[in-house]
Write a protein that binds this ligand. Structure first.
Ligand code: AKB
Length: 312
């Protein structure tokens, strides 16, 4: 059995920073190389770390060779809201960055994890229980790039045998790290205001229902799909993945069980339109059948765990 040496691209991000710790616990600190375009704030816990702009294919290959990498978790991306502010840049990072990773995976026979998103769905996707296989007409540059990325992953698997696995993440909520540039970010920010007993201004309308997943479930799903025997993976573009769905009003009501005086006011901005183009809930039955996916956290469990960790 070959020893796994893992490279995480985008290791400073919301998911990357938590996934790096989880992978190091499994494979050993020295076997999990964190990389990002910026040096992490907590440099003491970050070794081994390499600076990497994912558009720099030569640097990527240098790192792969230096550490004899066997797996890549490619988490670097520009998310939905930020992508709309500079579509060309978002396309460049999300697509050309992926190309560099796919090419390296082909050449060095690496196993690859590619995160996709519920943003691949568009206004013509069924709102409830969005199916695994449905026409994808995304309405953001982020969604367009991820839908294209899913197809490129499937192509590299079919043409070149690259062992690529992918999940369509819903909004991810966690206490360890902050999201950046997404439409579901409110569901993390709101907790940081609640525990300080400060009012929160939400950029989505109170009744905007979106699919969400708690970080421990997201990390476990990621580890599980990567450990599943290849013959059980029947989807090589990206698996639907679900945990819970709620509105800002429902989340506020749940938080108010812990902080009765907590208040939220609603000032929707351009992110409202993005949210309305996405499905409200997701059918992830194929992930459950193929590799045994099962979420642990619902709205009640996630809320009390978030507060338990964030409250001082
Ligand atoms: C976003 O809001 O852009 C992301 C996502 C759902 O992929 N959190």
């Amino acid at each position: 059995m070959r020893k796994e040496r893992i490279l995480i691209v985008g290791a400073n991000g919301q998911i990357g920073s938590v996934l790096t710790v989880a992978l190091r616990n499994i494979y050993g600190q020295e076997n999990v190389v964190a990389s990002d375009i910026r040096i992490p704030q907590e440099i003491s816990n970050s070794d081994p770390f390499e600076l990497l702009d994912i558009l720099d294919a030569q640097q990527l290959v240098r790192i792969i060779r230096k550490y004899q990498i066997t797996q890549i978790y490619h988490l670097a991306a520009i998310l939905s809201a930020k992508g709309e502010l500079d579509p060309r840049h978002a396309w460049d990072i999300n697509i050309n960055g992926l190309f560099n990773v796919l090419e390296a995976s082909r050449e060095y026979k690496l196993k690859l994890f590619f995160p996709s998103t519920i943003a691949v769905f568009g206004g013509d996707t069924p709102k409830h229980n969005a199916p695994q296989n449905t026409p994808l007409h995304p309405e953001t540059v982020y969604g367009i790039s991820k839908a294209a990325g899913e197809n490129w992953c499937q192509y590299y698997h079919q043409k070149f045998g690259v062992d690529v696995r992918s999940l369509r993440y819903p909004g991810i909520i966690g206490y360890e790290s902050m999201p950046g540039g997404g439409t579901t970010d409110y569901a993390v920010e709101i907790f940081h205001y609640a525990v300080k007993n400060e009012p929160y201004t939400c950029f989505l309308k109170a009744d905007t229902r979106l699919p969400m997943l708690y970080m421990p479930d997201a990390i476990r799903a990621t580890l599980e799909i990567m450990e599943t025997p290849a013959e059980k993976i029947t989807v090589r573009n990206s698996y639907n993945l679900a945990g819970m769905s709620f509105t800002p009003a429902e989340l506020t009501a749940e938080i108010q069980k812990h902080y009765p005086d907590f208040t939220v006011n609603y000032v929707p901005d351009f992110r409202q339109g993005i949210a309305e183009s996405w499905a409200e809930s997701i059918d992830d039955s194929l992930a459950r059948t193929d590799w045994g996916w099962k979420h642990d956290y619902d709205l009640v469990g996630m809320t009390s765990d978030m507060i338990a960790h964030l409250a001082v």
